[in-house]
Design a protein around this ligand. Sequence first.
Ligand code: PLP
Length: 394
Amino acid sequence: MKRKEVNSTRMPVYRDSGFELYNAESTKKAFAGETEHEREPEQYIYSRYRNPTVVSAEEIIMEKEGSDWALLTQSGMSAIDVALSVFQRGSKTGPWLFFSEIYGGTISYIEWVLKNRRGLDIHYFNPDGEAYNLGELEKRIVALKPELIFIETVSNPMLIVADVTEVIRLAKKYGSSVIVDNTFTTSILYKPLQEGADIVIHSATKYLSGHGNITAGVICGNDKGIMKAAIEYRKFTGHMLSPDDAYRLQTHLQTFELRFNQQCRNGSDLALLLEQSPVISKVLYPGLKNHSTHCNAVKLFGSRGFGAMITFDFAGKNDEQKRKRRDNFIEFVSGQIKLVPTLGDPHSILMPVEAVWGYKYHEPGMIRLSVGFEDIGNLKSTISKALNAIESEG
Ligand code: PLP
């Protein structure tokens, strides 16, 4: 069939597994070119290597992130695998330092894959109460000399905002590379690459796609050497995003700023509402002045917002009452706010902290809320009714 130019305003979905290479000479040239690992290849060969629809979605993310390159993967975890693996140098790999308050799946990956299977020298840096003591971090870096430091800007589920800018400064002072998981914050609130981070990763499953119907990850950076290593690693391990998902991600990205800014506004409003309830003992939201790391949030995010994650705790005479109030709340709001184990969806969703993170946080009345971009009036009314009902139950 003769191909015709179509005047579409969009990059189409190229589902081709392999692309036509015409003759032996151009095939040789295409494969030779591929080993150069240019960000956008001159000739597409095979979709596990590179795909035009995926490259097009990557370009949109580069613009948002202000990065020289972005590489999409099939999940946030595969982005983490790519980001970390490019720093591995077989038995010559030095110690790596991870902030302890990071996504549980990342901790499992560190323990199961990096430590148990790959035998890497892994260390954790723990918070001092409700914040990180960066004086201690400096001592730790001096003593350990880590090759790599891995941090999340906002921790999960306690929402500690790390002074990532200072962490990057310390890391660079002592020659460590830095990877930042910026999933909760997004490039709207903070851009770690501008502060000197080597790599930023996101679970694009969350705010970047933002509709709860794409599983994807992205790794962004400015260093060309890291980019080439990451392209190679993604190709050989097959961590490539599918063209269909890349196409849908492109569409969802068109509303990213609208969605996330609204989510931040809703988050601020709800945090204030929750704080006023006598049945709630604690509201963790970086935008609240009494939050343990509010000043880090102001330093990093300025006036752009404070994110859309809120963790709050029900008051109670004992654990049993706290649990009962938590369960009643989940039931009362279930028509509008569902219990779904993800975050960044269009609608607000929640998770009971003890049921998910009970191995670490024994907080029977605690709930983590991912605030959506739905109508704030409805949201406030649903939550107020639930809190009033719980209060009247005594
Ligand atoms: N990073 C953070 C902060 C997360 O919350 C998650 C998942 O919840 C991931 C990474 C992993 O992302 P994915 O589930 O897309 O693999």
